[in-house]
Design a protein around this ligand. Structure first.
Ligand code: SF4
Length: 349
């Protein structure tokens, strides 16, 4: 047998015979055979599998590491394997490539986008910058590589306040793309010369204040974990301000912060306002706590495009590979590096 034929056999899998693609890869069951094939192929490719907290439980369980976007990018840079399979959405895999340009970064389905990252393009940002010469651009990490390349400092939801406070008070700030995170930062810092892009994530924006208020009333003993991108983040602070929910029960947290809080909580019940995939890791972190979604329809269709079939196809075919232009990656890397240097960047989304 030639070495090419032998390699083809190594990376083949009979489980892929049922593969279908009607906009999402399907047709492969996530049973024990699939787990064994995924692990065999990852080893054969010398690949590390990373999965975001919002992925399907089967994907989280088969991965080498599970976490939030920044934490995973940092793990990607440290692991000894030369291939990374990033089970998340495209901008996250791009960030991993920006931080580890020498590694091969694969995403199981490159069509997995992000409505928040797509809410501002590089052309729109360039125009906005031209309208505010001298302004410092602060971008949430949920942005494309093109937008990061035009950014001065990236931020996560954990250190957005500190990033803004690190900028001289008389300097204008352009904050993008998330309007809810921007409003939260503006409220906390009292910063007046901060312009906020009107972008949003369709999943988080769909978790609204009315639902949160109803759930808080129905579960009077529960803590509330709210992601600052949520449409209800403002309502959560308002409820606390009005005394409807005791101040110390409302926690505005990044996904990584939620896991830390879950491990330490004394609460028996916790209402969670973010994408529902997060519940899987929270329940694993604190099995004795009853975690409930504020909105159980808050599911990101892009994250759920990383199906068992997509992951198997990725490992068999060695694609979709993520490419970032080297000059663009260098420009984006300096914005991401500044983010890591300021405060506690936590893990992003
Ligand atoms: S949940 Fe929202 S911000 Fe996160 S990946 Fe999905 S669309 Fe993007």
């Amino acid at each position: 047998m030639t070495s090419a034929a032998s390699a083809a056999r190594t990376f083949d899998s009979p489980l892929l015979e049922g593969l279908t693609d009607h906009g999402v890869y399907a047709g492969v069951e996530a049973g024990p055979d699939w787990v064994a094939e995924v692990r065999r192929l990852a080893k054969a490719r010398n690949a590390t599998i990373l999965a975001h907290n919002y992925e399907l439980p089967a994907i989280q369980d088969v991965a080498d590491f599970v976490g939030d976007s920044l934490a995973l990018s940092r793990i990607a840079a440290d692991v000894p394997t030369d291939t990374i399979v990033f089970c998340g959405v495209h901008f996250m895999a791009e960030t991993a490539k920006i931080l580890s340009p020498e590694k091969t970064v694969l995403i199981p389905d490159q069509r997995a986008g992000c409505s928040l990252a797509d809410s501002i393009t590089a052309v729109e940002l360039a125009q906005w910058k031209a309208e505010h010469p001298g302004a410092v651009v602060v971008s949430y990490v949920n942005t494309t590589a093109e937008v990061k390349a035009l950014t001065d400092i990236c931020c996560t939801s954990s250190n957005a306040v500190e990033v803004v406070e690190s900028i001289p008070e008389d300097t204008e700030i352009l904050f993008l793309p998330d309007q809810f995170l921007g409003a939260h930062v503006k409220r906390v810092t009292g910063r007046q010369n901060m312009h906020i892009w009107a972008g949003e994530c369709h999943v988080h924006a769909g978790i609204n204040g009315d639902e949160l208020a109803a759930q808080a009333k129905a579960h009077p003993e529960a803590d509330l974990y709210v992601h600052p991108e949520c449409g209800c983040a403002t309502s959560a602070l308002y409820l606390a301000g009005e005394g409807a929910v005791p101040d110390d029960r409302v926690k505005i947290l990044s996904t990584g912060g939620m896991l830390d809080a879950a491990r330490e909580t004394g609460a028996r019940e916790v209402l969670v306002a973010t994408e529902v995939g997060m519940l899987h890791q929270l329940r694993r972190a604190a099995p004795g706590v009853d975690f409930r979604a504020v909105n159980d329809r808050a599911s990101c269709k892009y994250m759920k495009m990383i199906t068992p079939a997509a992951l198997l196809r990725c490992l068999v075919e060695g694609r979709d590979e993520v490419f970032v232009d080297p000059a663009m990656a260098a420009a984006g890397r300096s914005a991401v590096t500044r983010m890591i240097e300021i405060g506690q960047p936590g893990g992003g989304e």
